[in-house]
Design a binder for this molecule. Structure first.
Ligand SMILES: Nc1nc2c(c(=O)[nH]1)N=C([C@H](O)[C@H](O)COP(=O)(O)OP(=O)(O)OP(=O)(O)O)CN2
Ligand SMILES: [Zn+2]
Length: 124
């Protein structure tokens, strides 16, 4: 059985603060959040593609638009749950699964980095 995993990377800019965090991350601060989206499939389409990278890029850009250049704490669901890297990864996974999953292909992982020294990976 063949397995393919495709990925694209991008970033968005947003502020956040971690409610009840015992330190400086409780204060409002900003990041260029680095995002990596992974999709997996076992069969290719008639063009020999898992999915066109262009579609992945377009859909990821659209999914990130509500967060880009905002304070995440003002945007649902982060007005209720903390905008930690973990929660950002989980919410983005759910959004991208809704946009891209089909009978042949599914979103497999989301990676989120607030800084170049720390990263979270979410997979179901
Ligand atoms: N598990 C998590 N830990 C932390 C998160 C998080 O989302 N998940 N977030 C933060 C802060 O938002 C902070 O911006 C990131 O902290 P850190 O990676 O430590 O970045 P610094 O620039 O502060 O790194 P220093 O090495 O301390 O200068 C914190 N923890
Ligand atoms: Zn932060």
């Amino acid at each position: 059985m063949a397995r393919f995993e495709l990925s694209i990377e991008t970033h968005f800019s947003a502020a956040h603060s971690l409610r009840d965090y015992p330190g400086d991350c409780a204060r409002l601060h900003g990041h260029n959040w680095h995002v990596k989206l992974y999709v997996e499939c076992e069969e290719l389409d008639s063009l020999g593609l898992g999915i066109d990278y262009k579609i992945m890029k377009t859909e990821l850009k659209a999914a990130l638009e509500p967060w880009d250049h905002y304070n995440l704490n003002d945007v649902a669901p982060f007005d209720v749950i903390n905008p930690s890297s973990e929660n950002v990864a989980l919410e983005l996974y759910k959004e991208m699964s809704g946009r891209l999953d089909n009978a042949r292909l599914r979103v497999s992982r989301i990676e989120i980095s607030e800084t170049c020294t720390a990263k979270v990976t979410y997979w179901p």
